[in-house]
Design a protein around this ligand. Structure first.
Ligand code: GDG
Length: 469
């Protein structure tokens, strides 16, 4: 009889109040943990004077959560360092921003070892363990060394890059070999899976076996694509909630006689925010008929603002917004509304619904849930149009969006022009196809497929609690 243990860098289960503010992933994982009577383990987000390994365990809305504090060196070397200054830029094709500092790699290994040591006593013999994201790639290796024989799966939320990029990482073989200590490795898209296979066959001298298995380093692992989805039905319901109505009304009143283009992103250089603004600028330059007719709302809550590259990105966006507004704005019209604030999820849903165009332009993105949220929030009678970068994992599924290359301001401007002028019948047809995909391939389907694939790598049966949801 198995339980499910989820491990992620940060742990953020629903609080019991105001679930509208909790992300879909947290909700979906919590639901899985309730269903499989499991445990969620990770960093508390707190920094202690020194690492003690003391566990803080509590049960929140039926989900048992166990967290551990890290120390300052862990935070700087593992989190700010190897995770956010080395792996994140490299895996998003920004070799120019990737920092290689020996202390970062040491901190990364140390925290993974500390996680393994702290988690080890909580594991029961047939628990399934599901590890999330680039912060924790070596966790299975550390658990195996501590004698853990359970089935362990890993899901990478961000892209797996082409092998030519992976090899720019010092000790890349060690990192990739660590993935072979899992039973199942999941990627967002077939493209990321193929890139991983490319590394295994060309760099590691490995082989692609049958049934999604790969062999290298004297080990085998199952690897597959599991595109993550949205809590789609819930999100569509959020878009009809009172708070969403209020934010919808505010935006509708604000953009009266104008069409709104919306962007929502963590302030991150991978999201193509500069390229997006330059695309809007190009629309205003090349198509003066849209001046005063549109309004771009960009919500960009700051993230990782201790990392220099994020500070630099913020400064560039401040300057770019000022330039475009200065050039095109009038006393009664400001083309770009750029806001570094976090909104509630239900407010976001209303904002998406009030927009004529959702503009999603990452230069690289594992999936991009904003694109799916925009679709789920639309009014079926009068849906907005999604303009989506081909470099978002979501573009593999959302083929009825207007797909663009975000490096081309002309392509963005052309797609915006087309979206802003699109007849209702075409908008509806495209939206229906997009929404069918978003609703069908939702977060529950994703999570069940992953957990079942992991369970299928071994003999134990998952125990579902009788009234689990
Ligand atoms: C990683 C991968 C992959 C944004 N602003 C606010 C807010 N958000 C929410 C969005 C959305 C989430 O943040 C962002 O999700 P994304 O998928 O777009 O991107 P990452 O944060 O980079 O996530 C990504 C994802 O993992 C899941 O696997 O898709 O590729 O990079 O849900 O709505 N939420 C609230 N207020 C805001 O102001 N409440």
């Amino acid at each position: 009889m198995s339980r499910l243990i989820v491990v992620s860098n940060r742990v953020n289960p629903p609080s019991g109040r105001g679930d509208e503010t909790v992300g879909g992933l947290a909700m979906a994982l919590s639901a899985a943990l309730r269903e499989y009577s499991g445990l969620w383990f990770g960093w508390s987000g707190k920094i202690a004077p020194e690492f003690t390994g003391a566990l803080n365990t509590q049960t929140v809305k039926g989900v048992t959560v166990a967290t551990v504090d890290l120390d300052e060196a862990d935070y700087q070397e593992y989190y700010n360092g190897y995770a956010n200054k080395t792996l994140w830029p490299l895996f998003h094709y920004r070799v120019d921003l990737a920092a290689y500092d020996r202390s970062f790699g040491e901190g990364y290994d140390r925290v993974n070892r500390r996680f393994a040591e702290t988690l080890r006593p909580l594991i029961q013999p047939d628990d399934l363990i599901w590890v999330h994201d680039y912060h924790l790639i070596p966790l299975a290796r550390e658990l195996r060394q501590a004698g853990v024989r359970n089935r362990i799966g890993f899901f990478l939320h961000i892209p797996w890059p082409a092998h030519q990029l992976v090899v720019t990482l010092p000790r890349h073989r060690v990192l990739v070999e660590a993935l072979f200590d899992y039973d199942l490795v999941g990627f967002q898209t077939a493209e990321h899976l193929q890139a991983f296979e490319g590394y295994v066959t060309t760099e590691a001298g490995g082989q692609i076996l049958s049934q999604g298995r790969l062999s290298a380093f004297g080990k085998t692992v199952r690897a597959d694509a599991f595109p993550i989805g949205l809590d789609a039905e819930q999100f569509a319901a959020l878009a009809r909630s009172p708070r969403a109505h209020r934010s919808y009304d505010v935006m509708a009143a604000h953009s009266v006689f104008r069409k709104m283009i919306v962007g929502v992103d963590r302030l991150d250089y991978s999201k193509g925010l500069e390229e997006r603004l330059i695309g809007v600028e190009r629309l205003l330059q090349d198509h003066p008929e849209f001046r005063r007719e549109i309004l771009m709302l960009q919500i960009a809550p700051p993230s990782r603002d201790e990392v220099e590259a994020y500070q630099a990105e913020r400064a560039k966006l401040d300057a770019l917004t000022g330039r475009i507004n200065g050039e095109f704005g009038h006393m009664d019209w400001t083309p770009i509304h750029y806001i570094n604030r976090n909104y509630r999820r239900d407010e976001l849903a209303g904002i998406y619904r009030a927009a004529a165009v959702g503009l999603v332009t990452p230069l690289r993105d594992g999936m991009n849930l904003v694109a799916k949220e925009f679709v789920a929030a639309q009014d079926p009678e009068d849906p907005g149009v999604l303009v989506l970068s081909r470099f978002a994992g979501a573009a593999m599924q959302l083929k009825d969006a207007l797909i663009i290359n975000p490096n081309s301001p002309e392509e963005i401007a052309d797609a915006l022009r087309r979206a802003l002028s699109m007849p209702l019948a075409e908008r509806r047809k495209r939206w229906e196809a997009l929404n069918a995909n978003v609703q069908r391939e939702d977060v529950t389907a994703w999570r069940d497929r992953f957990v079942q694939s992991l369970a299928a790598t071994g003999p134990a049966q998952l125990r579902r609690v009788a009234n689990g949801s």
